[in-house]
Design a protein around this ligand. Structure first.
Ligand SMILES: *Cc1c(COP(=O)(O)O)cnc(C)c1O
Length: 233
């Protein structure tokens, strides 16, 4: 077995164990393979093992991979990096999901720039759950107003929320608290009538806590692919 296949199996075992512990069906947690700074050969190998959804942070790197003939037509691509306004047109064209939506301006641009004839772009609102000024994402109080705006835009489909908590020390209590805040906000929007199905939280090191707190999508890079390479392709 290759190390990639071993990593994939280990990861699936971790997801299964976390779901068992949380009393959740394993199908309730989707895997996004975070492929930034990983070569296409590894992405293809992982696709052969069954992965279908890939997350990229850097537009140029992602476009190069997507346009390679060995990239699968059926793969779905999630943009999970910081969004600069001058990149929205390419993101709207080349991605199936955007997980890092955090402003009305970017939302309006993505909707306007989604090419005709495509299904609406799936989006998640990125929420700053730690009150750290340096972190991207909207504050909790801005989530509902932004959700209302997104819902009014024809070419976006609001699917849920995502967060990237700051690395936290200790027993995981601070992380659990941050993920619980995000889950509560997600449930509040559902109560308010939004048809959401995606709560994106949890990475290589904390996916068990995220699953315990209700994550429906985990974003895993290094636990699958190993360390990232410095060059992008
Ligand atoms: C890089 C990245 C990940 C993956 O992190 P790992 O620790 O390698 O699993 C997940 N989410 C986002 C937004 C990232 O930028």
């Amino acid at each position: 077995m290759t190390s990639l296949a071993q990593n994939y199996q280990k990861l699936n075992n971790r997801i299964q164990a976390a779901c068992n512990e949380a009393g959740r069906p394993v199908e309730s947690v989707q895997l996004l393979a975070v492929s930034k700074h990983q070569p296409l050969t590894k992405i293809s190998a992982l696709a052969e093992l069954g992965a279908r959804a890939f997350g990229e942070n850097y537009l140029q790197e992602a476009l190069a991979k997507q346009s390679d003939p060995s990239a699968g037509e059926e793969w779905t691509w999630h943009f999970i990096g910081a969004i600069q306004s001058n990149k929205t047109r390419a993101i709207a064209k080349h991605f199936d999901w955007v997980q890092t939506l955090a402003s009305e301006k970017v939302a309006r641009r993505l909707s306007e720039q989604r090419p005709d004839g495509r299904t609406p772009l799936n989006v998640l609102i990125q929420v700053n759950v730690d009150d750290e000024q340096s972190k991207s994402g909207v504050s909790l109080s801005q989530v509902a107003p932004l959700a209302a705006i997104i819902s009014s835009l024809p070419n976006l489909r609001l699917r849920g929320l995502m967060a990237i908590p700051a690395p936290m020390q200790g027993e995981g209590e601070a992380l659990r608290a941050a993920y619980t805040v995000l889950h509560d906000q997600y449930e509040a929007l559902r109560q308010a009538g939004y048809a959401l199905d995606t709560l994106s939280m949890g990475m290589s090191n904390d996916l068990e806590i995220a699953i315990e707190c209700g994550a429906t999508l985990i974003r895993v890079g290094t636990a699958l692919f190993g360390p990232r390479e410095s060059s992008s392709l």
